[in-house]
Structures are given as C-alpha cells and as structure tokens.
Design a protein around this ligand. Structure first.
Ligand code: NAI
Ligand code: MG
Length: 331
C-alpha cells in the first residue's frame, strides 16, 4: 500500500476527484488516500488556500493527485498551481496527447508529449509597475532550469521509445533568453545521438501542429509556450477533458488534469473525469503499479469505444456518474 495526498480543489474539482477515487478503489489500486479541500472555497471556510496539514501530508507522501483550483484574475491572489510548482521544485511538466479512436477529431494520428519548463520564464512572478501607464513582466531563463528540462525530455524519449525531440522557441526575437535555451538544447542533443532532434519557432509550431501533428513526437520548451502549446495539443485530441499531466522534480511528483476548474459546468454532473483519471494512471505507473494503470486504461478505452456513455464534451449525453459506473463495470 502506498499513501498519496489528494487535493480536492474547487469548481468541478471535488466531483471529478470523488469519481476518480471511486474508480481507483474499484480497480483495487493499492493506494491509501489523504484527502484535503484546497482553493477558494477552503479559503472562505478556514482562511487558508491550502491548509497546513495538506502541505504536511504532501511532504510526507511526496506524491500528490491534484484536482483543479480556481485562480481569480486581477486580485493579487497568487496561483496555487504556480506556487506548488515553485515550492516543491516540480520543474518538468509533462503532458502526453494521444488520439483516441473513439473520439472523432480531424487528427487521428496524434501521439506527442509536451515537456514544459515549470519554474521560470514569464511565470517567475517578477513584475514591476513603472507608472500607471507602464507595467513590466520579466522573462527569466536560466542555464540550470533549461538544462534539466531539456535533459528530462531526452531521457524520457530514450526510456519511452520515442524517436525525436523538438525544441520550441522564439530565439529569432528573444536572442538572449530563448537563444540560450536553444543553444543548450543543441549541446545536450549531441549526448543523445540515437534520438533525432530539431527546433521550431513557436508560431510556426502552432501552424505545423494543426497541419501535420503526426510529425511531432517529444517537444520541449520554456514555460509560457508550454502552457499554450499543450492546450493546443489537447484540442487536437478532442478537448481539455482528455489531457493528463505530471509535474515532477527531484523529490516530489504531482499529477493533475491540464484543464481548470470549469466553473461553467460545476455541479451539473457533466464534467469529464478522464484527464484526472489518466493523470492517476500516470501516478500508478510512476510508483510501479503498471498493471493497475493498464487495467484502468483498458476499461476507459472500452467505454469510450462503445460510445454509449460519453460525457457532453465528447458529444454524448452521459452524466459523470454514468460514465464512472460504465468504467467500473469493466473490472
Ligand atoms: P477550464 O479548463 O476550467 O475550462 C475551459 C472550458 O473547458 C470550459 O468551457 C469548461 O467547461 C471546459 N472543461 C474543462 N475541463 C472540463 C472537463 N473535465 N469536462 C468537461 N469540460 C471541461 O479553463 P478556464 O475556464 O480558463 O479556467 C477556470 C479556472 O480554472 C480559472 O480560475 C483558472 O485559473 C483555473 N485553472 C486551474 C488550473 C489548475 O488548477 N491546474 C489549470 C487551468 C486553469
Ligand atoms: Mg494552462
């Protein structure tokens, strides 16, 4: 038995978390759960976004399954997501996007993985008000953070039988910051002669991704491009409801769906829990429970292929609970 920490979040967070835990239990995943409410609702209840015992649990288990948390815009309320990634140095944000034959999109052959640097770039939070009419946000790129995310991408390519790593950048304009990222990429690529490598400018990458997504394999990039490109890749495979992620550092690992708290559909029982469920599968694989992960993935694939219990984001009419029960019935 392995104990994991679970943050329930807000919006659709609590409902998809309960759904995923029901499925993990039905699949007999050898896990114990320490669950915590976090986010805006918890702030209103107890005055802290993340209660101290929630942090303490993660510091003990080192593994976190996290559901989405609302980040109000323009309140000075710092994103918990950005804070967690920085506090626990979760430097690699890994987002695999793979077409599923059950979900019809114009792009049937997508199978790519985004490696997003998670700790710096324009998300470092270095902002300055120069005057009422001028604001600066500073883009920070360091050799240390760039090297470790690029190396992580090549190591992943090696261990997952991937053939190519593409560096995504805007070094033609940001010659110093992205220029250094690209030159580090080229240096590290030489250490992996068995893996093909190339680079693309980020705007061209967007166009190529929607014209020929099958040409991409592993992609590595600074934080901001990774945020945007990985949402784009979720569109290629049928929407945010299907894109899982893991955020790993040297000591801690956090698994979460790429989507947010979807306040527009919260409480309506129509949220698609698949992205969080696949994130839980990545968690199981990370701790070596590959058979349980495989069983869950197979059950999900079967239910999606039958198309009888699809949630509305995938063109169906099923409630979250009906989709959950259809998956559980496969075990
Ligand atoms: P969002 O991802 O929550 O929603 C975008 C659209 O996709 C909405 O129409 C929503 O209904 C739909 N959607 C998202 N997840 C879905 C699911 N599982 N099933 C069915 N439909 C789904 O993005 P939005 O609206 O920009 O952000 C809402 C809040 O979430 C914001 O406060 C944002 O800061 C926060 N957020 C939190 C994240 C996290 O905790 N990791 C990540 C992204 C956003
Ligand atoms: Mg995002």
């Amino acid at each position: 038995m392995k104990t994991i920490t679970v943050f329930k979040g807000d919006g659709i967070g609590p409902e998809i978390t309960d759904t995923v835990i029901d499925i993990l239990k039905a699949a007999k995943a050898p896990l114990e759960y320490e669950c915590f409410n976090v986010g805006a609702a918890e702030y209103e209840r107890h005055g802290a976004l993340v209660p101290d015992d929630a942090f303490q649990s993660f510091e003990k288990t080192h593994i976190l399954l996290k559901s989405p948390i609302t980040t109000p815009i323009g309140t000075g309320f710092r994103s918990i997501n950005v804070m967690l990634r920085k506090k626990y140095d979760l430097f690699a944000n890994i987002r695999p996007a793979k077409s599923n034959t059950a979900v019809k999109t114009p792009f049937p052959n997508v199978d790519l993985v985004t490696f997003r640097e998670n700790t710096e770039d324009l998300y470092a939070g270095v902002e300055e008000k120069i005057s009422d009419d001028e604001m600066h946000s500073i883009k920070i790129i360091t050799r240390h953070a760039s090297s470790r995310i690029i190396r992580a991408a090549f190591e992943y390519a090696l261990s997952h039988n991937r053939h190519k790593v593409t560096c995504v950048h805007k070094a033609n304009i940001m010659k110093l910051s992205d220029g250094m990222f690209l030159s580090i990429f080229r240096e590290i690529a030489k250490e992996y002669p068995q893996i093909e490598s190339d680079d693309k400018i980020v705007d061209n990458t967007c166009m190529q991704l929607v014209m020929h997504p099958e040409n991409f394999d592993v992609m590595v990039m600074p934080n901001l491009y990774g945020d945007i490109i990985s949402d784009l890749t979720s569109g290629l495979i049928g929407g945010l409801g299907l894109l899982p992620s893991m955020n790993i550092g040297s000591d801690y690992a956090m698994f979460e769906a790429v989507h947010g708290s979807a306040p527009d559909i919260a409480g309506k029982h129509i949220a698609n829990p698949t992205a969080l469920l696949w994130s839980a599968c990545m968690l199981l694989e990370y701790i070596g429970e590959t058979d349980t992960a495989k069983a869950i993935r197979r059950a999900v694939d079967d239910v999606l292929a039958e198309k009888k219990y699809l949630t509305p984001d995938l063109g169906g009419t099923a409630k979250t609970e009906e989709y959950r029960d259809a998956i559980i019935a496969k075990f």
